[in-house]
Structure formats: structure tokens, C-alpha cells
Design a protein around this ligand. Structure first.
Ligand SMILES: *Cc1c(COP(=O)(O)O)cnc(C)c1O
Ligand SMILES: [Zn+2]
Length: 422
């Protein structure tokens, strides 16, 4: 058992925009600020960074996660994923140092598990018996797994025909109730939100849920521990914008707590958010110099299904992370994404899902273009790409591009193979 030096009074639930405060355990009775309608966030009002000595991964940081009683924790040993140094790709891209934080190694194969372990633990702490989410795939797989482990009902809404095979298989295996919505992700989330806002017995677990963000922030703690310092740049794919805001929140908390390896604000990383060209409202807002609004994409399209989102709920937090860190945002084409996916797998042995290859596609793009200020600075820096999900989730996307000569048939004797090999 872990000692709990933390108390409820050490945390605060407030509006991200107007700073209105709320009772933290009331979350779920409302999902947005009841005054201005914006997103809510959890803040720590007392600095404390102990860390469990007996656990690895997300719950190592139990002291800074707002669950009051650790008997409520629902865990599958998520987190503590590998930080893999990628010298081969770094060399190709002309970078001094490139690491991949391989989040595909989490229990259900994506970073969503970091958030779900906290989100579902909180649901149990608050007495919920039912959970719901809208999902491009990974959220439903993760929520399905944690809900089944907790013994509660799980309902997932997915855009019909727009999610990867492996992810549907997971949701089915975990016993989630699956509803295929005739529309896109944004439509699915609208329906799920309406249901949960009306029915206070079902907890909505999309990434607007600030408890999920509290779990996802641990990716920053781990990167700092694994490197012994903060990276100079963190490049990651952006869909709804929850993950980039969570990672940035984690780094800021380390700094505020006086973590030795982040001695000054200057040693915080620049956050670089990458979207797919056909679903890039946050990147386009950044490129246009906007911070206070985005223009949603009505009919988003990319084969990187995890980031096929036109109306990202956490856009405000995501843009804040990008601007406050001195980072940037950009978009890449699907072709660039699939090329990067193959590069990472064939040069480093890391098979990530398409969305997760977007950061590598971006690094390739700026390396090719050469001579931008960003690339010149990045060349000599410590760059970490968060590769958010496992390639095994979406085999179809990869197999689409396979040519017959990559899958030759031979007769069952060594001689015929010898001929081909010669
Ligand atoms: C959910 C997801 C993303 C996008 O994360 P956001 O928090 O929505 O920005 C990126 N990649 C993968 C594999 C995902 O599952
Ligand atoms: Zn508000």
C-alpha cells in the first residue's frame, strides 16, 4: 500500500478559460464550465512530488493524481513505456538525437490507457456503474478494457466504417456495447455528450474529461526520468488535442515542483503538434497566427484514422500548450505519413500505427526542405517523438500499399527458392 500524503484540498477543478472554481468531486454532473461553457482542468494547489517506490508506470505518480483512495484504482500496469533511441532514422534526417516514446507498448496498445486508468478509477470512486465514449478506435478499446476490469457497463460510439480493424476487435473482445454512428467522429461525440449530459448515471470518458488528462500527463514525467532531463522538442500527433495539453501540463508540473532536471522555464521542451492535412484545424489556426479560435473542418479526411477529427474539443488547451512552450504546429499528407511509418519500421524495428507516424513524417518534411530556422535548431537538439499507438491495430492501412513482389509465392522446395535468391 502506498502512503497518501496528498489530500483533496491539494487539487482544484476550475475552468480553463474563465478560472471559475468547482468542487472537484462534482465532475460528471457537468462536463463544461457552467458559466462560460469552456473546458475544465484540474490543478494542484500544493506542490508535492513524492512518487511511489513500489510501482512503475502511471501509478508511480499516485501522489499527483486526484484519486483519494487507492482501493479504487483500476490498473493494467500502464505506462513506463520504452524510450527508444533511433540513431538510424536520426542519421537519415540529419538530427543529432532522436528518441521514440513508444506508447504502443501500453496494455491496449495506445497512450489512451494512461488516461483511462485514472478516468475509470475516478468513475469507480464516484460510484458510476456505466461509462460511455465516442471514439476513432483507441479510446473505445481502452475504455472497454478498464471498464471490464472494473466490472461496469461500457458503451462506445464509433463512426461507421471509419475505424481500424484491430481496434473494433479489441472493443468486441473486452465486451463493450458498440454503436456504429452513421456519421464521423465529431457526430459520434455530439451524440455521446448529449446522452451523458442528460443521464447523470453514465460518465462520459472522452478526453475533455480532466481526470484522463491527469493520467496522460505522466508521459512527461517518464520522459524526464528516462532522459535525465527534459527533451528540447516533443513532437506528437494531434487529434482532439488532449494529449499535447496533457504532456505539456506534466512538464510544467515538474518545473513547478522544482524537479532537478528542469531547473528553469527555459529547460522545458517546445511542443510540436502534427495533424493530417485533411483534418488540420489546429495546425491551420497556428499557421494563421490564431490562438483564440479555430475553424472546424466539416468533412475531415485522413487514413490515419486516430486523428481524423474535424472539430477538436481540446483545441484551446492544445494551442495554449503550443504557444506557451514556444513550439509550433504543422500538417503532413497521408502519403508522407505512410512513408514515415515504413521508415520507422524498416530502419528501427518500430511498427507504429499511421497517426503515430505523423511526427516522423513532419521531421522528414522539414529535413527535406532544409534550412528552416526550426530545422537548424532541431538538428543539434534532443528530439522526442511520441508514437502514440501500435501498428498492429491497423494492418489494413499498411496492407493496402503492398505489392505482389513483397508477397511472393514459392513451391515447397529449397531449390526453387535458391533460384529466386540467386
Ligand atoms: C487518440 C490518439 C491520437 C490523438 O490524441 P488527442 O489527444 O486526441 O490529440 C493520436 N494517435 C493515436 C494513436 C491515438 O489513439
Ligand atoms: Zn468558464
Amino acid at each position: 500500500m502506498v502512503e497518501f500524503p496528498k489530500k483533496k484540498e491539494h487539487f482544484e477543478l476550475s475552468c480553463f478559460a474563465c478560472k471559475q472554481k468547482y468542487e472537484i468531486d462534482d465532475y460528471g454532473k457537468f462536463y463544461h464550465c457552467t458559466r462560460c461553457g469552456n473546458l475544465l482542468e484540474i490543478k494542484r494547489v500544493k506542490n508535492y512530488f513524492g512518487g511511489s517506490k513500489t510501482r512503475l508506470g502511471v501509478w508511480k505518480y499516485v501522489d499527483v493524481i486526484p484519486i483519494w483512495d487507492d482501493r479504487n484504482i483500476v490498473s493494467l500496469s500502464e505506462g513506463w513505456t520504452s524510450l527508444v533511441e533511433c540513431q538510424n532514422v536520426a542519421k537519415i534526417l540529419g538530427l543529432k538525437s532522436l528518441h521514440v516514446k513508444f506508447e504502443g507498448l501500453n496494455p491496449t496498445g495506445s497512450f489512451k490507457d494512461r488516461g483511462m486508468t485514472v478516468g475509470v478509477s475516478k468513475a469507480i470512486e464516484q460510484g458510476y456503474k456505466s461509462t460511455m465514449c465516442a471514439s476513432t478506435g483507441n479510446t473505445s478499446a481502452s475504455l472497454g478494457a478498464y471498464s471490464s476490469r472494473a466490472g461496469i457497463r461500457c458503451m462506445v460510439l464509433i463512426p461507421k466504417g471509419k475505424i481500424a480493424l484491430g481496434k473494433i476487435a479489441q472493443a468486441i473482445a473486452y465486451g463493450a456495447e458498440i454503436y456504429q454512428v452513421e456519421g464521423n467522429f465529431d457526430d459520434s461525440l455530439r451524440v455521446a455528450s448529449e446522452i451523458c449530459e442528460k443521464d447523470n448515471k453514465i460518465l462520459l470518458l472522452n478526453s475533455l474529461n480532466p481526470f484522463r488528462i491527469e493520467g496522460q500527463k505522466t508521459v512527461a514525467f517518464e520522459m524526464a526520468e528516462q532522459l535525465g532531463r527534459a527533451p528540447d522538442y516533443v513532437v506528437l500527433p494531434v487529434g482532439n488535442g488532449g494529449n499535447i495539453s496533457a504532456a505539456w501540463k506534466g512538464f510544467k508540473e515538474l518545473f513547478e515542483d522544482g524537479f532537478a532536471s528542469i531547473p528553469s522555464r527555459k529547460s522545458l521542451p517546445k511542443m510540436i503538434g502534427i495533424q493530417a492535412e485533411g483534418a488540420a484545424p489546429i495546425a491551420r489556426a497556428f499557421i494563421a497566427g490564431k490562438r483564440d479560435s479555430i475553424e472546424p473542418v466539416v468533412d475531415p479526411h485522413t487514413d490515419a484514422s486516430a486523428i481524423n477529427i474535424g472539430s477538436p474539443v481540446s483545441w484551446m488547451k492544445a494551442l495554449a500548450a503550443i504557444y506557451d512552450s514556444g513550439g509550433s504546429a504543422d500538417y503532413v499528407s497521408d502519403e508522407e505519413i505512410f512513408t514515415a511509418q515504413k521508415l520507422l519500421a524498416s530502419k528501427e524495428g518500430l511498427f507504429v500505427e499511421p497517426a503515430s507516424a505523423a511526427p516522423i513524417a513532419y521531421l522528414t518534411k522539414i529535413a527535406r526542405a532544409g534550412k528552416s530556422d526550426e530545422y537548424e535548431q532541431m538538428k543539434g537538439s534532443i528530439v522526442v517523438s511520441i508514437c502514440t499507438g501500435n501498428g498492429l491495430k491497423d494492418p489494413n492501412a499498411l496492407l493496402k500499399g503492398v505489392t505482389p513482389d513483397q508477397l511472393q509465392t514459392i513451391s515447397a522446395d529449397a531449390k526453387s527458392l535458391q533460384k529466386i535468391l540467386a
